[in-house]
Design a protein around this ligand. Structure first.
Ligand SMILES: Nc1ncnc2c1ncn2[C@@H]1O[C@H](COP(=O)(O)OP(=O)(O)O)[C@@H](O)[C@H]1O
Ligand SMILES: O=C(CO)[C@@H](O)[C@H](O)COP(=O)(O)O
Length: 549
C-alpha cells in the first residue's frame, strides 16, 4: 500500500427509518469518527414519531424529504465538530431505508446540479425541489388497490414474483408510484426524476440524480432481477413514461462519479473523491455482516428482518428475492416484519416505564414458554401475514384482554415476535437445524435478553459484531471495495468483496447467546399455536375473551 493509499478514508451513511448515521473508516477500515441525527429528537419541527408521520388516511405514512436534507447538513457538521478529516475521504457510499421514493421537480434537479457551497443544503434543496412533499416511506401500506392492478396487468402474482422477485407489496415503490400517478396526476407529470432513499443519498453527493442500484431496485416491483433492467411489462403496469423518470439501474459496485464541488469547497473533500452507488439498508447490512452462506442475518432496526445469501433466484410466493449487493451474480432473500422495535418500545413504556434494563429483568424473570401464555402484536398492518390487531392467549387456549403481570406481557410479546419470524421463515421452506448460526445487528441487537429469546426460539447460537450497525459499515465497506476494483481495473486476480474486506479487517464475531437444551421441546408446539393465532388475526376473527390469565 503506497503512502497515498495509507491516508485513504471511506465514508458511509445510513439513512434509515429513525435516524441518519455517518461513519468514517481509515484505510484499515477502523472507525475514526461517527455521528448521527435522530429525526424525532434532533428535528422536532418535522413532528415524526419513530421517524415517520402518519398520513390522513388509513395505513398511510410519509416523511417530508427536506427533513432528510436537513439531517445531512447536521450529520456532516457533527463529523466536522469531531475533527474528522474529510480531505482524506477517497470514496463515499450509503444505504437507505428501502422502498421509500422522492419525486424531484425540474427546479430540484437544477438546484442539485448547482449547489452553492456558502449555503446549507436544506436552504437550497427545499420543498420546491420536490413535487411531492409528503413522500411515501416503507411503512405505508395503503396501496392494496394498486398492487392488485399491477399484478393483474402482468398476468398475476406468480408472474410478478418470476420477474421482480416479489409479489406486489403495498410498501414497494411501484405500487406507491402508481398511487401518486393516480391520485396526484399533476405531481407525477411534473416529476422529472424519481429516487429511492438510497439513490437520493448518492444524488446529494454527486450533485446529480444518481442511478438506482439493482439490489435496492429489487424492492420496487419494477426491476427484472434476472435481466437487471427495468421490466417493460411492470413499468407499463405502473405509470406512463416511468423509465425516463427512473433512469437506468446500475450495479451496486458502480462508481457514479466524483463528489460535486459543493462538498469540495464546503467540507474539503478531495475533488477526485468517488461516489459509489448506494443501496437499501437491508442489502447494506448483509454487506456489512461478511458472513458466509450458513448464517442467518437478523436485523433488529425499526423493522425486524431476516436475510440470507442465495446463489440462485427463487420464486417465493411470499417474502423477497433481491439482487445481491456485493456479488453481482448472486441474490439475497429477505423477510421483513413491520411490527418490530416500535412495538417492543411501546410495551417497554407501558410495562417497564421505558427502561430497557427493567424490561430485561422482567423478561428474564419468566420461564421459557411463559407457562403457555402467548401474544401476537400486529399494531400496524403486518406484511406476512397481512393482518392487524393484538391477540393474547392463555395456557387453556382462551383469548384474554391482558395478562395479569408485566413480566408475562413482556415475555409473551418477545416470544410471540420471534415465533412469528420463525414460523414465516419455516413456512417458506427454511429449516433451522444444528448448523444454523445467527448474526444480529441493528438498534435492538444491543439487548442480550432479546437475543437470548431469539437463540431459544430459533434453537441456534446468536452472535453480534463489534459495530452494531451493519448497514452503516456495509456502506463504507462497499465504498472501499469499489475503489479497490477501480484501481485493479481488468485484473482477473482481484479479490471478491468478502475476501477483500476480510483482508483488511477481521470480522470480530462475538457469541452472545446459546439456546437452552429444552428450547426445541418448548417452542416447537408453540409454533403451531402461534400460527393458529396469526391466522385468526388475518381472518379478522372476532375474539372471545375471558378476563385474565
Ligand atoms: N436496549 C435496547 N433494547 C431493545 N431495543 C432497543 C434498545 N436500544 C434501542 N433499541 C431499539 O432500536 C430501535 C432503533 O434501531 P435502529 O437500528 O437505530 O433503527 P433504524 O435503523 O430503523 O433507524 C429503536 O426503535 C429502539 O426500540
Ligand atoms: O421495508 C423494509 C424492508 O423490505 C424495511 O426493513 C426498511 O428497509 C426499513 O428498515 P429499518 O429502518 O427498519 O432498518
Amino acid at each position: 500500500m503506497g503512502p497515498q493509499q495509507l491516508k485513504r478514508a471511506f465514508l458511509g451513511f445510513d439513512l434509515s427509518t429513525q435516524k441518519l448515521k455517518a461513519i468514517l473508516l481509515n484505510s484499515s477500515l477502523d472507525v475514526v469518527a461517527s455521528a448521527e441525527v435522530k429525526f424525532d429528537s434532533d428535528l422536532p419541527e418535522f413532528r415524526t414519531q419513530g421517524g415517520a408521520n402518519p398520513g390522513p388516511n388509513k395505513n398511510e405514512f410519509f416523511v417530508q424529504p427536506v427533513m432528510w436534507v436537513k439531517a445531512m447538513d447536521i450529520v456532516l457538521d457533527r463529523l466536522v465538530m469531531q475533527e474528522a478529516d474529510l480531505s482524506t475521504v477517497a470514496a463515499i457510499s450509503g444505504s437507505g431505508q428501502q422502498h421509500g421514493s422522492l419525486y424531484w421537480s425540474n427546479h430540484g434537479v437544477t438546484t442539485l446540479e448547482n449547489l452553492d457551497p456558502d449555503k446549507f443544503l436544506h436552504a437550497q434543496i427545499d420543498d420546491s425541489a420536490f413535487v411531492v412533499n409528503r413522500t411515501p416511506i416503507w411503512m405505508d401500506a395503503s396501496t392494496s388497490k394498486q398492487c392488485i392492478e399491477m399484478e393483474t396487468a402482468i398476468g398475476g402474482a406468480e408472474s410478478m414474483v418470476e420477474i421482480t422477485g416479489s409479489k406486489c407489496y403495498e410498501r414497494f415503490t411501484g405500487p406507491q408510484i402508481r398511487k401518486i400517478y393516480q391520485q396526484k396526476a399533476h405531481a407525477y407529470e411534473d416529476a422529472r426524476r424519481i429516487s429511492l432513499v438510497s439513490s437520493f443519498v448518492a444524488s446529494l453527493f454527486l450533485g446529480n440524480v444518481a442511478g438506482i442500484d439493482y439490489s435496492d431496485g429489487s424492492g420496487m416491483n419494477l426491476l427484472d432481477i434476472r435481466q437487471k433492467n427495468w421490466s417493460q411489462a411492470c413499468l407499463n403496469a405502473c405509470a406512463p413514461d416511468l423509465e425516463e423518470r427512473l433512469g437506468p439501474p446500475v450495479s451496486p459496485n458502480t462508481i457514479l462519479g466524483n463528489v460535486c464541488e459543493y462538498f469540495v469547497k464546503r467540507f474539503s473533500f478531495p475533488s477526485d473523491c468517488k461516489v459509489v452507488a448506494c443501496t437499501g439498508d437491508n442489502p447494506s447490512a448483509l454487506a456489512g455482516m461478511l458472513v458466509d452462506k450458513n448464517w442467518l442475518s437478523v436485523s433488529l432496526g425499526t423493522s425486524d428482518t431476516l436475510m440470507m445469501s442465495l446463489e440462485e433466484p427463487r420464486n417465493w410466493p411470499e417474502g423477497h428475492v433481491l439482487c445481491h449487493p456485493t456479488e453481482v451474480q448472486e441474490y439475497m432473500g429477505l423477510l421483513c416484519f413491520r411490527n418490530g422495535s416500535l412495538v417492543r418500545e411501546g410495551v417497554n413504556k407501558t410495562e417497564a416505564n421505558g427502561d430497557w434494563q427493567k424490561f430485561n429483568e422482567l423478561l428474564e424473570s419468566t420461564p421459557r414458554g411463559n407457562f403457555g401464555n402467548m401474544a401476537v402484536h400486529f399494531n400496524e398492518m403486518e406484511i406476512i401475514p397481512k393482518a392487524q390487531g393484538t391477540m393474547r392467549m392463555n395456557r387453556e387456549n382462551q383469548t384474554v384482554i391482558k395478562f395479569n403481570s408485566p413480566q408475562t406481557e413482556i415475555r409473551a410479546l418477545v416470544e410471540g415476535q420471534m415465533l412469528h419470524h420463525r414460523a414465516v421463515a419455516e413456512d417458506m421452506g427454511f429449516h433451522f437445524g444444528k448448523e444454523t448460526r445467527i448474526l444480529a445487528t441493528g438498534g435492538a441487537s444491543v439487548n442480550k435478553s432479546i437475543l437470548q429469546t431469539i437463540a431459544d426460539v430459533f434453537n441456534a447460537p446468536v452472535h453480534i459484531q463489534t459495530e452494531s450497525e451493519a448497514a452503516l459499515m456495509g456502506a463504507a465497506f462497499r465504498a472501499a471495495y469499489a475503489l479497490y476494483c477501480q484501481d485493479l481495473e481488468q485484473d482477473k486476480t482481484a479479490l471478491c468483496y468478502r475476501d477483500y474486506i476480510l483482508s483488511l479487517t477481521p470480522n470480530q464475531l462475538e457469541l452472545v447467546c446459546e439456546p437452552h437444551k429444552d428450547s426445541e421441546t418448548i417452542y416447537t408446539p408453540m409454533l403451531q399455536r402461534y400460527r393458529n393465532m396469526a391466522k385468526a388475526l388475518a381472518r379478522g376473527k372476532p375474539v372471545t375473551c375471558v378476563c385474565s390469565d
